[in-house]
Design a protein around this ligand. Structure first.
Ligand SMILES: NC(=O)c1ccc[n+]([C@@H]2O[C@H](COP(=O)([O-])OP(=O)(O)OC[C@H]3O[C@@H](n4cnc5c(N)ncnc54)[C@H](OP(=O)(O)O)[C@@H]3O)[C@@H](O)[C@H]2O)c1
Length: 241
């Protein structure tokens, strides 16, 4: 789809990938609604993109955002998300709920509510999942939310052929995400890629109506091994991380 002059909702646009994508889509002429929790950062992105700012905690519910929309979006980018790193048994129950509420429940509820408009617009949905959807040690709940998002996207793609559905599986991206999840990225390889590169890959994926965008592209190998040989994938992942 083309985004020029169309209403586009980007969640989690106050930082990182969402911010870079909002700026990129504005350059293509999209009319943006940008969301996040931090009022100053949301306002800054809205001013930069000429969009409308909506400050909302999506883990607490999606109704305030739905009420604030100025029309029916033709493109919805479900990008807001948080991580949590560490052994599963050390994760506080409230943190488990927060991850599920923000990363999975909010995109499902938003999609359900916005689907009639998306159908009418012959629009597009983007779900920013993660390569962690394949399963990453020390990130079990995060992995589960992203695998759930991927499965939801797969089902909607089949159920609603009038609407394009693209799932995005980024590897490590250079954003505040790692600090916020409580553990900085400390691997020497692979190096995190810039958020602008992910934004560019997403825009290309929307134009081509891609089913999945894996970025950086070489990580597709991991997805293929996971699908074809899950035992080998688990062994390799345990060994190499
Ligand atoms: N960075 C990576 O390596 C990486 C890799 C794979 C996938 N991802 C995924 O990419 C997406 C974007 O992450 P990022 O790297 O750009 O991280 P980020 O810079 O931390 O951005 C996260 C965004 O989500 C918003 N958000 C967080 N909690 C929220 C809540 N309760 N309600 C509403 N909005 C909330 C944040 O808004 P405020 O700051 O205003 O609260 C922010 O705009 C996430 O879904 C993440 O899981 C990231």
């Amino acid at each position: 789809m083309r985004v020029a002059d169309r209403l586009v909702l980007v969640t989690g646009a106050s930082s990182g990938i969402g911010r870079a994508l909002a700026v990129r889509l504005a350059a293509d002429g999209a009319r943006l609604v940008v969301t996040g929790r931090d009022p100053d950062r949301v306002q800054e992105v809205a001013a930069r993109t000429g969009g409308k700012a909506v400050v909302a905690d999506l883990a607490a519910g999606v109704e305030p955002l739905l009420d604030a929309l100025p029309g029916r979006p033709a493109l919805v980018v479900h990008n807001a998300g948080v991580g949590a790193a560490g052994p599963l048994e050390d994760l506080a129950p409230a943190r488990v709920d927060e991850l599920i509420d923000l990363n999975l429940r909010a995109p499902i509820q938003l999609t359900r509510a916005l689907l009639p408009g998306l159908r009418a617009e012959r629009g597009h949905l983007v779900f920013v999942a993660s390569i962690a959807a394949l399963g990453v040690a020390g990130e079990a709940v995060y992995s589960a939310t992203k695998a759930g998002l991927r499965g939801f996207a797969d089902a909607v793609r089949i159920e609603v052929p009038e609407v394009g559905v693209t799932t995005v599986l980024p590897g490590a991206v250079d954003t505040p995400y790692f600090g916020r999840r409580g553990q900085e990225y400390d691997r020497r390889f692979p190096r995190p890629i810039p958020a602008e590169r992910v934004a560019e890959d997403i825009v290309r994926g929307i134009r081509r109506d891609a089913v999945e965008v894996v970025t950086p592209k070489w990580l597709t190998l991991g997805a293929k091994v996971h699908g074809a040989a899950p035992t080998l994938f688990a062994r390799a992942s345990r060994r190499f991380g």
